[in-house]
Design a binder for this molecule. Structure first.
Ligand code: GDD
Ligand code: MN
Length: 416
């Protein structure tokens, strides 16, 4: 949807070391104070631009910033005219600009907009409500300088980090969301992937397109970053906002869950592409066969369980023939579903194709049974003992079962 790549190119000439991007919606009580404080925490020699991205805040945040910038310019002019360097505390290497967006269209969208028009080699993102202490910026900048290939995450959950004064409900939400992200998205080595306070080199994002909504842009960055980019967490203490209200609400929680789902699928897709291109055919073949037989074993267990439960009175007291028939039907169906979605990773759920495949699967399984009978018959007739022919018969049948389903039901080449 949105690509930050173009601007990486476009802005190379007039580059700053870091662009600090601050999204605002109704932060009139905080913004002036925050801008003042941020500037005192930027190392003097560092070239920085501060970008406020305001979504037309009804409380006039955008205009307040506009006025602030004007005052700063006047003050600089005054300093230049009087040749006094000390009149203001303002660092001349810091520029401030504001992006006015037409309406409130979400935090991630605002941030992507800000990143898109930034001139920094690096980007630092923070909230406008003092939850992210300006004094940590200094440390973040020095980390960026030390580790130009790392995303620096302000973290509440590493040693030294903390949360102050967050309402219990918010805290629980945050811990829950954190758990989902870390375990669901395999981000176990990042302790605070939900942080809204972090910095990164723009080259970490080349070719990244953002397509989630909501609050958690860092999650998307962590999932989509280039693989040689590392993550470093530095502790900070999150404080509840000074003034105003949090914009976190139910729709944003839904956005979050949707985002996790999208990123989960994204992660699986790229992993699959990796395995397809990297792994040898033999490895792919064997891993599919292993899944196929795991499914087969689960089918045997389920078949047994269902038949027993239906015949002994816990879920019914059917005759053993009926119970066996239902047991078979259930396990054939679960086998089919598991093999379709898991073993052969076929996500197509179009109805006619689905039914055809199901029929084909049943056909191939019956063929397997036939082959088993036939080979046992031939082997024992040719003088082999029954236990050996049984063993061979079962093996032949299960191999052909796999190959037939692979080729006929799921339309794959045998050797792939
Ligand atoms: N431009 C713009 N547009 N800014 C927005 C919007 C929007 O739609 N929604 C929120 N903001 C701004 C706020 O003004 C604030 O500066 C910042 O984004 C974060 O919004 P809050 O409403 O203060 O969020 P929060 O405190 O609930 O959540 C923060 O902390 C979480 C950690 O618990 C955020 O930093 C989250 O990203 C973070 O995960
Ligand atoms: Mn906040």
């Amino acid at each position: 949807m949105l690509n930050v790549n173009d601007t990486i190119q476009q802005n190379r000439d007039d580059q700053k070391f870091v662009s600090i991007i601050i999204p605002t919606f109704n932060e009139s009580m905080n913004i002036r104070d925050l801008l003042n404080q941020i500037q005192t925490h930027i190392p003097v020699e560092t070239n920085v631009e501060i970008i406020i991205v305001d979504d037309n805040s009804p409380d006039g945040t955008g205009h307040i910033v506009e006025k602030y910038i004007e005052e700063k310019m006047n003050m600089q002019d005054y300093d230049l005219k009087t040749e006094s360097q000390s009149k203001s505390d303002f660092n001349k290497n810091i520029s401030i600009k504001v992006i006015h967006r037409k309406e409130k269209a979400g935090l991630i969208a605002a941030l992507v907009n800000g990143i898109g028009s930034s001139r920094g080699k690096n980007v630092l993102i923070m909230d406008a409500d003092f939850s992210h202490p300006p004094e940590v910026i200094n440390r973040m900048i020095s980390e960026l300088k030390k580790q130009p290939n790392c995303i620096i995450v302000g973290s509440r959950y590493v040693r030294g980090g903390a949360i102050n004064g967050m309402p219990l409900k918010r805290f629980l939400l945050s811990v829950g969301a954190n758990f989902i992200a870390r375990h669901g998205l395999s981000l176990r080595n990042v302790y605070d992937p939900m942080s809204g306070f972090f910095a990164f080199p723009k080259h970490a994002l080349e070719d990244v397109e953002f397509n989630t909504n909501g609050f958690k842009i860092l999650l998307e960055i962590l999932i989509k970053k280039k693989s040689d980019i590392c993550v470093k967490e530095i502790p900070y203490t999150f404080k509840d906002r000074k003034y105003g209200q949090s914009k976190l609400n139910l729709p944003i929680i839904f956005d979050y869950l949707k985002a996790v789902w999208k990123l989960y699928r994204y992660g699986r897709k790229s992993k699959r592409q990796d395995t397809q291109s990297e792994k040898r055919r033999s490895v792919r073949f064997i891993s599919k066969a292993a899944r196929f037989y795991t499914v087969g074993a689960s089918g045997v267990a389920l078949n047994y369980l269902v038949s027993i439960l239906l015949s002994n009175g816990i879920f019914g007291s059917l005759g053993y023939l009926q119970a066996t028939a239902i047991g078979i039907a259930v396990s054939v169906t679960t086998n089919f579903l598991l093999n379709k979605f898991w073993t052969f990773e076929d996500k197509n759920v179009e109805t006619t194709r689905f039914i055809k495949q199901y029929g084909m699967f049943v056909g191939c399984s019956s063929l397997g049974i036939l082959i088993q009978f036939l080979s046992i018959y031939l082997l024992s007739e040719s003088g082999m003992s029954y236990d050996i022919s049984l063993l061979l018969g079962v093996s032949i049948a299960s191999v052909s079962n796999f190959l037939f389903n692979k080729k006929l039901t799921f339309k794959e080449n045998i050797w792939e």
